[in-house]
Design a protein around this ligand. Structure first.
Ligand SMILES: [Zn+2]
Length: 94
């Protein structure tokens, strides 16, 4: 271990540098690692949302491929809107 920058961490509560080895901020007692963990967990949950897109199979008949294409576009549009709202909800949760 040669990187000494790993041992300090900026507290998200009081914005002071604190010892990263400790669980709580030395200035205000804020649980710095706890906050980070829940933040990561929150991001993971957003990333893990399964998107069941109706896939076009190679052996689908021609008419079915034509039909599925706009359905996929609508699905993608809806999911991007939903993802945007989830982003907003997490961004303003603090
Ligand atoms: Zn603090």
């Amino acid at each position: 271990m040669t990187d000494t920058s790993m041992h300090v961490k900026r507290c998200p509560e009081c914005d002071e540098w604190t010892d990263a080895k400790l669980d709580n901020c030395t200035h205000c007692g804020f649980p710095i690692h706890e906050a980070r963990r829940s933040e990561i967990k929150k991001r993971r949950q957003v990333d893990d949302i399964h998107i069941p897109i109706w896939r076009i199979n190679k052996d689908d008949p021609f008419w079915l491929k034509i039909f599925k294409r706009p359905v996929q576009l609508v699905q993608l549009a809806l999911y991007s809107i939903v993802a945007f709202f989830i982003y907003l909800a997490t961004a303003f949760a603090h």
